[in-house]
Structure formats: C-alpha cells, structure tokens
Design a binder for this molecule. Structure first.
Ligand code: COA
Length: 178
C-alpha cells in the first residue's frame, strides 16, 4: 500500500510551486566584484540562473536548459563580504517550457536586514535523454501570490510571442494554449 502511494506521488501529473522552491546562498568575494568592490551584474545573474535551473529540474525531474532570461532589474548593489540569498520559484509550466521567478537579497554580515537587489524571470525547457524538449508536470498555484504570478506568466509569454516576428532569430511559440 505504502509502495503504491509512493508510486502515485512520483507519477502525479501536477506539482505545487513550493515543492521545487530553491534557495541559494553566496558570499560576495573580491573576484565577484568590479574595481569599486560592487558585485558584478553578470556574476549575480549566473548565481540566479543556477538557482532557477535547480528549481526547474526539481520540478520536471529532467535536465533543463535556459531558453530565455527576461530583463533583469538591478535594484541596489551588493559589496564584498555581503551575504546573498537567492530565491527561485516556478510561476507557470506551459508544455515543455517553465517560467521561474528569481529574486536576490543582500545582507551585511553585521546587518539585520535583507535588501532586495535584483529580480529576473527565466524560461527553462525540459529535455529528454536525447536532448529533445519534453513536457513537464503541470503546476498548481496555491497562494494568492502564486496565482498572481501564474496569471502574469501568460501575459509575459504572450509578449514574447508578439515579439517573435520582430526580432531576428527569436523563437516560435504557442504550440498549445494553456
Ligand atoms: C531552448 C531550446 C531547447 C528550445 O528548442 P526548440 O527546438 O526551439 O524547441 P521548441 O521550438 O519546441 O520550443 C520548446 C519550448 O521552449 C519555448 N521556447 C523556445 N525558445 C524560447 C525563448 N527564447 N523564450 C521563451 N520560450 C522559448 C517554446 O515556446 C516551447 O515552449 P512550450 O513547449 O512550453 O510550448 C533550444 O533553443 C536550445 O537548446 N537552446 C540553447 C539553450 C542553452 O544553451 N542554454 C544555455 C545553457 S543551459
């Protein structure tokens, strides 16, 4: 009986955002900064991409690649020695693609406050063993903020779709309406 429940849980068609929410912590070292001692934007995006990839892969149980990174908003800067906390959470699954929202916070070692420094939306695509896109389990939003992000993801995807004919070499979408 317990085995059957475990199999059912593993094969279920949907998952909740909280199941794959990922938190990553880093400490800003001198090699991560520009000559003024500020954390480099590209380094922060790399850390956020890693956290978001972990989140997508935990959800899909498959290897995922970054298909797109939306406009990153750098809200404040972090400095050498700051503790960076990155939170990544799925907002919506379409077919083979998933949107992940990641935000990053900085905290001084002797400070008590976490300050929001960056927000980014990522799109990941789940791949099978041959490297072909494969459908990911559906996502069921539960909380109000999860439902808001879920609805917003549709608008963001529509924006990408609308731009695909304007930008050279950019994507082909909307295989199935979700
Ligand atoms: C991302 C990638 C797998 C898509 O492959 P593809 O052959 O274009 O696949 P499809 O056209 O079937 O698209 C697959 C899904 O990705 C989505 N997609 C593809 N490019 C996208 C983009 N630039 N932005 C958002 N979504 C995108 C499609 O809408 C589709 O979504 P859906 O299945 O949920 O409807 C392929 O372009 C790739 O391998 N890119 C390189 C990825 C990479 O190197 N990343 C950095 C290292 S991790």
């Amino acid at each position: 009986m317990l085995y059957q429940i475990l199999v059912l849980m593993k094969n279920k068609k949907y998952k909740f955002p909280s199941e794959s929410e990922t938190i990553k912590t880093e400490v800003v070292c001198p090699t991560d900064t520009n000559p003024m001692g500020m954390l480099k934007g590209g380094q922060l995006i790399l850390w956020m991409d890693m956290a978001a990839a972990g989140c997508a892969q935990i959800h899909s149980d498959m290897t995922c690649v970054t298909a797109a990174i939306s406009r990153a908003n750098f809200i404040a800067f972090a400095e050498t020695g700051d503790i960076i906390t990155i939170k990544a959470k799925l907002t919506r699954v379409f077919n083979t693609s998933m949107e992940v929202f990641a935000n990053a916070f900085a905290r001084k070692v002797k400070g008590s406050k976490n300050q929001l420094i960056c927000e980014v939306y990522f799109v990941f695509v789940s791949l099978d063993d041959k490297g072909n896109p494969i459908n990911a389990p559906e996502l069921k939003p539960v909380t109000e903020s999860e439902k808001k992000q879920f609805a917003g993801a549709r608008h963001r995807r529509n924006k990408y779709s609308a731009s695909k004919n304007m930008e050279p070499g950019v994507y082909k979408y909307e295989k199935k309406a979700n």
